[in-house]
Unconditional design. Structure first.
Length: 95
């Protein structure tokens, strides 16, 4: 399993674009800088198999085109996922 993170400017249609490509994601909103200027930013976190890399690239391309961005920063890292309950941690996906 991989954690993909996409960093971009926060615009109102962002969750709609993401929903066209993935059924689940977390969007974190904040304040960032691009070319020395402050702007509203968003980090989109998506847990998906490594085989989803092409879909991630298509999502990033859609954000660039539809939101008229110069670029979207994309990172990916292997992760192991667990659920946490009162009984402890249970592994649900391997890296």
């Amino acid at each position: 399993m991989r954690l993909y993170t996409l960093h971009t400017e926060s615009l109102p249609n962002l969750s709609g674009i993401v929903a066209r490509f993935f059924r689940g994601a977390t969007i974190l909103y904040g304040l960032g800088m691009w070319n020395g200027e402050h702007e509203s930013t968003a980090a989109i976190l998506i847990y998906a198999p490594a085989s989803a890399q092409a879909t991630i690239a298509n999502l990033a391309d859609a954000i660039v085109l539809e939101n008229r961005q110069q670029a979207v920063l994309v990172s990916g890292q292997d992760v192991t996922l667990y659920t946490a309950t009162h009984a402890g941690l249970t592994k649900v996906a391997e890296a």
